[in-house]
Design a protein around this ligand. Structure first.
Ligand code: ATP
Ligand code: MG
Length: 405
C-alpha cells in the first residue's frame, strides 16, 4: 500500500475529550475515527488489525470444533421474555418500538436467540455435542463509554455457544475452550491471566481473562506461582479458602477483562424448550456454555500495553503491515515491488511533500514492526533497517534484507 493513496491520514491531535491512550493513538494514527462516545469506525488501517485479531480467534475456534455462523442483531421481545431477561436487560439492551408499537431490542449477547435456533436442529443425544460461534456487532447501553475501544456502545464480540448432553461433557469442552483462549491472547501479544470471577451459573465461578493495565476497570489479585488470579468482586475469605490460596501471596493489580467464559447449565435451554431425547427415550434439557471475547477491546488493550511516548508498537501477528518503507529524496519503488513479490506486507511512504522528520514521526506513531529507509545518502545496494522496538537503525546490504525480515 502506498501512503500517498491511503484513505486516512495521521492527525496532529485526537479529540480533546478523548482520555484513553488507545483512542488517542489510534485516532491520531488514522486507524479509527470517532462517531460519538463509545462508537468508533474502523478505517482501512484499523480494519487490517481487527481482521488479523479476528482471524487468530477464528483459527482457534475452528480448531476446537466451533462452526461459524451469523445471528441477527435485531431481536424480538418474545424470545427474551421467555427467559425472563427482557425486563432485567433494560439497563444494557437498546430496546425500542416500531411504528406499530411492537417492541424490539438490539443484541448485547445471544444465549436466547441461539437456544431458540438450536431447537430446530437438536432433538436427540445423537445431535450433541455442538458448538457455534460468530464474530458480530453487539450493542450495549454502556454508562461510562470513555475508554476508547475498551468500552464501546457498538462493538464487536466473538461469542461461542456450546451444547451438551450433560455437565461432564460440558466441563471437558469448557476446558478445551479455556486453553484456546490462552493461545488466542498469546498470539495477539497479550499476557492474559485466567481469573476466577462471578457469573458462574452452574459452577461456582466464571472464568475471565484479564490483562494487567493501569486503565483497567477491574481489580484482580494475582497468584503468581499458579499464574491465576481472582477478581476483587469475589475475593472473600471463603473463596480463598476454597482455592487454597493465602491472602498474603496475592498481588493486587488493575486489569482489563478481554474474555469471559460461562457455564450456563440449563438456565436458557429449560425456558426456551431446548431439549433432547437421551438413549433411554427420556426428554432432557440441553446443557449449555457461552464464551466471549471482544476483538475491538483486544485491539485497544494491545495499544494500552504496547506503546511509548512516540506511538503504537504493534506485535507482528496483529500489525497492519509488516514493513514501513520510507523513501527520502529518491524513490524506493524497486524495494517496494520486490518486497511485495516476496509476499511481505508493506506500507510504502512515497510522499514527496513530507520531510524526513514527519515521515519518521508517522512511522513511530503507526507502530509497524519494521522500518526501512532508502535515501540518496546511501549506496545503491544499501538500505537502513530498524525495528520499532529498537532505538538505533543499522545499514545493511539490500541482499541481506529477506533474511532479516
Ligand atoms: P465489562 O464487565 O467490562 O462490562 P462484561 O463482563 O459485561 O464486560 P461480557 O458480557 O462478559 O462482558 O462480554 C464478553 C467479552 O466481550 C468481554 O470479555 C469483552 O472482551 C467484550 N466486551 C464486553 N463489553 C464490551 C464493550 N462495551 N466494548 C468492547 N468490548 C466489550
Ligand atoms: Mg464479562
Amino acid at each position: 500500500m502506498k501512503f500517498s493513496q491511503l484513505f486516512s491520514k495521521t492527525l496532529k491531535n485526537a479529540p480533546a475529550e478523548e482520555v484513553a491512550v488507545n483512542a488517542q493513538l489510534l485516532i491520531r494514527a488514522g486507524f479509527i475515527s470517532k462517531v460519538m462516545a463509545g462508537v468508533y469506525e474502523y478505517m482501512p488501517l484499523g480494519l487490517r488489525v481487527l481482521n488479523n485479531i479476528n482471524n487468530i480467534i477464528r483459527e482457534e475456534m475452528n480448531a476446537v470444533g466451533g462452526q461459524e455462523l451469523s445471528m441477527s442483531v435485531f431481536q424480538d421481545k418474545e424470545t427474551w421474555s421467555t427467559s425472563g431477561r427482557w425486563e432485567s436487560a433494560k439497563e444494557v439492551m437498546y430496546q425500542f418500538k416500531d411504528t406499530n408499537g411492537k417492541e424490539y431490542g438490539l443484541g448485547f449477547t445471544h444465549e436466547e436467540p441461539l437456544a431458540a435456533a438450536a431447537r430446530h436442529f437438536i432433538s436427540s443425544y445423537k445431535d450433541l455435542p455442538k458448538a457455534v460461534y460468530q464474530i458480530q456487532t453487539k450493542f450495549r447501553n454502556e454508562a461510562r463509554a470513555k475508554s476508547g475501544l475498551l468500552r464501546g456502545r457498538e462493538f464487536l464480540m466473538k461469542d461461542l455457544y456450546s451444547f451438551h448432553t450433560d455437565q461432564k461433557d460440558c466441563d471437558e469442552y469448557y476446558e478445551k475452550v479455556a486453553e484456546a483462549y490462552v493461545r488466542i491472547f498469546e498470539r495477539t501479544g497479550l499476557k492474559a491471566i485466567r481469573t476466577f470471577a462471578s457469573g458462574g451459573l452452574f459452577s461456582k465461578f466464571s472464568d475471565e481473562f484479564q490483562v494487567v493495565a493501569d486503565i483497567g476497570e477491574d481489580i484482580i489479585y494475582i497468584n503468581e506461582k499458579e499464574n491465576r488470579a481472582v477478581n476483587k468482586e469475589i475475593n472473600t475469605g471463603e473463596v480463598l479458602k476454597d482455592l487454597n490460596w493465602k491472602e498474603e501471596e496475592l498481588v493486587e493489580k488493575p486489569a482489563i477483562e478481554v474474555g469471559n467464559i460461562f457455564k450456563l447449565g440449563t438456565k436458557f435451554s429449560e425456558p426456551l424448550g431446548l431439549t433432547y431425547t437421551d438413549a433411554t427415550g427420556q426428554n432432557m434439557p440441553v446443557v449449555m456454555a457461552s464464551y466471549g471475547i471482544g476483538p475491538g477491546r483486544v485491539m485497544g488493550t494491545v495499544v494500552e500495553v504496547s506503546h511509548d511516548d512516540k506511538g503504537i508498537i504493534w506485535p507482528e501477528n496483529v500489525a497492519p503491515f509488516k514493513v514501513h518503507l520510507i523513501s527520502l529524496g529518491v524513490n524506493a519503488d524497486d524495494v517496494y515491488e520486490n518486497l511485495k513479490t516476496q509476499g511481505v506486507e508493506v506500507l510504502y511512504d512515497d510522499r514527496e511533500d513530507k520531510s524526513a522528520g514527519e515521515k519518521f514521526a508517522d512511522a513511530d506513531l503507526m507502530g509497524i514492526p519494521w522500518r526501512l529507509v532508502v535515501s540518496g545518502k546511501m549506496g545503491p545496494d544499501e538500505i537502513e533497517i530498524k525495528k520499532r522496538t529498537e532505538a538505533k537503525p543499522q545499514i545493511i546490504k539490500r541482499s541481506e534484507l529477506a533474511g532479516m525480515l
